[in-house]
Structures are given as structure tokens and as C-alpha cells.
Design a protein around this ligand. Sequence first.
Ligand SMILES: Cc1ncc(COP(=O)(O)O)c(C=O)c1O
Length: 423
Amino acid sequence: MTIFEENKSHMSPVWTRIFSIEAERAEGAYIYATDGKKYLDFTCGIGVTNTGHCHPKVVEAIQKQAALFIHAQANIVIHKPMMELIAELRTIVPPSIDGFFFSNSGAEALEGAVKLARFATGKPNVIVFSGSFHGRTAGAMALTTSKTIYRSGYQPLPAGVFVAPYPYAYKLGMSEEKTSEYCLAALEELLLSQTSPKETAAILMEPVLGEGGYVVPPAAFMKGLRELCDRHGILLIFDEVQSGFGRTGKWFAQEHFGVVPDIMTVAKGIASGLPLSGVFSRLDLMKKWETGAHGGTYGGNAVACAAGAATIRAMREEDMPGNAARRGVQLMSGLRKLQEEFPVIGDVRGLGLMIGTEFTSNGKPLEKTQIKKLLHACEERGLLLLSCGTYDNTLRWIPPLIVTEEQVNTALDIFAEALKETF
Ligand SMILES: Cc1ncc(COP(=O)(O)O)c(C=O)c1O
């Protein structure tokens, strides 16, 4: 019996398992399994390994730091890797975002951002958008509306969260312009009918909807949202956990819209796979957060910070956001060609290498079982993809930002064969 055979049945079944690949090692865009199979990894471990698996510059930084010290607790000492990470971050976030707090997971960052917004404004409520995913801790579950599986069994959840419609033009069946108008009006109505501006601390939004279906909002909506927040004295929080660190062809998705938030959350791509997340905001807001009012044992771990600084350097040196933009155009046009051949692909959308293909049949979301079949047909041919969306009818394309033209073509060829087999 192998170590896998002996132990895997003891893993908690609470983990959703899409594939049963036994991983041996991974490098660049590939995962190598114990049975000798090689997979083109277009999941990036859910949008984490943006620099590719085991980027040599990141590995070197981790190894060096691990030999100096692993844990240098932030309440006790100030360490150099965190200073280097802040220095790198200050070159890529908007200049007004000049306060940095670190934690370990995306959910923890969201909890932190909402705590900061409440503390700094003295107001209790938060508005989120339908289809949002912000994590699985109690506070983050309350902010999450993409699927009931993340919430049911745990109710009642913390109160003070109100939901507005995400500007999802394809689902609403409206033009971008109408979508924008409709969703801004819905937000104004929410402020009149359910949570008044004087008790609303923040509006929280994913600048590209992730788990909820890979949806790009109209630019007019984003501009209108910023204006609405300013007019009502409400903070704007962008959750860039999935859309950040070069994923959309720019350092952060917000840059596509020219809109700067008051607070932003990051995780996933920041440290190429080591657990690290952040709440970044204007320093004047951070200064309203009373010392000791938030914290954590591991936040800003030294090895994770070293990996984070090395990740940003490697991304800049190798122009990974630029490659994401170029390969994104290639992937999107390949997928649009396949859409002409397979009308079951209802929509192809995205920014950079954050692309979704939504599957529909007779104007309705395609059956989940069909999507699963398609995912497995891809897996059999050596391509790993994930689904997303409330109906699980959107495939998300999240290759590493170092993906080559040839690898994108290989993925498109595999996808075409899998589509032929499934439909
Ligand atoms: C936009 C967004 N926010 C928050 C989270 C939660 O991150 P974590 O799983 O690290 O807690 C995720 C995870 O997928 C996410 O996509």
C-alpha cells in the first residue's frame, strides 16, 4: 500500500474533491502525478501560483529566509522581509494606499477589512454584492452569497450585511450601460430602504467577480460606485484576493477602471503559495484602528513575506502582468472561436488571464453534470480547469502568468477535443 492508499480515506470528507490526482511535484505550468502523468495546470491552485509552480526566484527567497528565521512575531520584532514586502507593495498599489496589515488567508483579510471599516467609521453595516465570495470564517460567510453550501448549516450568521445586485450584464440580459444604471439605482434604493448611509460603514466588492462566475463589471458602474460612496460618506473596499497580482494583466483589477478604493484585501497570488494575506488602506484610516484592536500570531510570517517580496520582483522582472495581458487576448480569441462552433458556450468574458466561459442551454444554466463531464474530459487529456458560479456552469481559466503561447494553444486544442466528446 502506498502512503496515499493508507491515509487518504482519513482526510475529512468536507473537502470538495474535483480530481483525485496524487501530486508528486510541480514546476511552472505543470503538475506531475505519482503515476507519471503530467497536467497543464490552468487552476493555479485556485488562482494562487501566479508565478507558476516553484518559481526559482521564490524558492530561493524561501530557502534563504527559512535558514535565517521562520517565525518573527510582529508584536515582538520588526523583520526585514516584511519591510522588503512593504517596499515592493508601495511600488504597485495606488499611492493613496499607504498602510499595510498582514494576515494569513483571504477570509482573515476580509474579516480584518470589515473590522477596520467598522472601527474607523463607528458604523455597523456593510453592503456586499450578489454572487460574492469572501471566505469561510463566520464574518466572511456572512459576506458571501455565491452559493448556499458556504452558509447553510451555520446560520444565523453575523448581522449587518446587506446584498445589492452585482453588475452581471449577461445574467441580467441587459447592455453594459443598462446594467450599470440598474445596479447603481438598486444600491441607492438599498440605502433608502434597508441600511441608511449613516449606518453603512462600507461597500465591499470584487472588482472582477471570482467564485460567483468570473464577471467583469462595466467601467461606468465602477466610476458610479466610487462617486456614490463619496457622496454618502461610505468607504469602498475592493476584494482583490483573486483578481490581484497581475492576474488581469495589470497589478490589480481596479486599474482597469481607474477607480481607487479606500481599503483593499489581497491574498492568493501575493506569495506564490505560502499563506499570506493583507488589508491595505490609507494610513489615515489605519491610524483610527486602535493599537491592539486587531492582530494575530502568524500574520506577516517572515518566510511568507520573503516569498511575497520575491514574487513581486519576479513578476516585474519577467513582466508577468504584460504576459497575462497578451496570453489573455490569445486565450479569449481562441475561446470565442470555439464558442462559434459550440453554442453551448453562452458567454466568454474576462480580463487578462482571469477568463470565464459560461455554459447555457435554451437560455438556462447548463446542468452541473455536463460541466463535470467536460472537466473530466479535459483532465483525462492532461488539462486542469475549475468551475465557478452559483449554478457551477462557468469554467474559469486561470493559468499561471508565465504561461507560453504554445501552452495556451495546447490547452485550447485539449478543450476543443473535450467539447467534442461531451456535446
Ligand atoms: C475574492 C475572494 N475573497 C476571499 C477569498 C477567501 O480566501 P481564503 O480561501 O484564502 O480564505 C477568496 C477565495 O477564493 C476569494 O476568491
